[in-house]
Design a protein around this ligand. Sequence first.
Ligand SMILES: Nc1nc2c(ncn2[C@@H]2O[C@H](COP(=O)(O)OP(=O)(O)OP(=O)(O)O)[C@@H](O)[C@H]2O)c(=O)[nH]1
Ligand SMILES: [Mg+2]
Length: 338
Amino acid sequence: MGFVDEDEITVKSGDGGAGCISFRRERFIPKGGPDGGDGGKGGNVLFTATRRLYSLYDLGSVRYFKAQNGRPGGSKNRSGKKGRDIEILVPVGTMVKDKETGELLADLVHDNQQMVLMEGGQGGKGNKHFATATNRAPRLAQEGQKGTEKRLKLELKLIADIGIIGLPNAGKSTLLSCLSNAHPKIADYPFTTLAPNLGVIVFDDEQSLTIADIPGLVEGASNGRGLGHRFLQHIERTSFLLHMLDIHQPISEDVLKDFFILREELRLSHPSLVKKDLVILINKIDLIPNNKRSIEETFHSFHDLGYECLAISALTGEGLEELKQVLKDKVLPFLHSG
Ligand SMILES: Nc1nc2c(ncn2[C@@H]2O[C@H](COP(=O)(O)OP(=O)(O)OP(=O)(O)O)[C@@H](O)[C@H]2O)c(=O)[nH]1
Ligand SMILES: [Mg+2]
């Protein structure tokens, strides 16, 4: 799945409309007072996050977004019309930064979260505001305030509802390809996956979840070794983690030990990740058909430690329906609660 996660655009809020200079003209009133209306306010620049977009690529080729200017005020105290806002739709997880200073201006993490990034310029005051005791007919009105223009850098943090983590070669990408529409590279050697892959799981009732496959984590990854660690930030906002373990060839020769290596990696590099909800997946059970006992034992060991656990084969599909049900029950209900 192509995944653009950086983009640059320029935005401008609308200029305020000018105030009007005008005098009342009525029959039999030769010297009418000032009646110039105020200019309308310029349109704002709004950002709205939506789950309907998955990448910044969806912004299209437009590079310049401008809100409408406010209209000038009119005679008879008519105020100018406010300029229309411009709303820029971005995927959930987009960070908006000032290109020049690097300052973080907005961090849009929830569906439908909206923020006014830049206000339009105020409209100018019409001449009626400038009447004084000595000057009852002011030929003076205010210009509208200019809108502001900014170059922005947009960055999308990959936000998946579910993250798949594990040691190298556990079968994470294989699982992603079974559950979702993604086609990640799969191969029988460690560090096949070099950057996160994102997919969408669509359930029978058409509800959907996004799921990310993170490159393998190794012992010492939190010290800067290994690949997965620099991508862990991508799953900081993920609500749910699948911990995938290879029961056939555990890296430490003990699947429980592999699990604790993984937990330690998480704890050291991104402590917030160990607080997330998780389910353990014992993968590649098809490779130990005559040894159901060892699967059951592993299963019970994790249960005794208080973890929920499923035995699966990402290759044959065994256990995947059950896994989908678990994801549906555990993840879907919490998605829109913010
Ligand atoms: N027999 C069997 N092989 C599996 C299963 N799941 C994955 N594999 C194989 O294990 C190897 C590694 O699978 P990947 O999905 O690439 O593993 P990964 O966890 O994404 O690996 P990295 O990206 O390197 O961290 C591949 O040869 C897969 O075909 C399974 O359930 N059973
Ligand atoms: Mg992989």
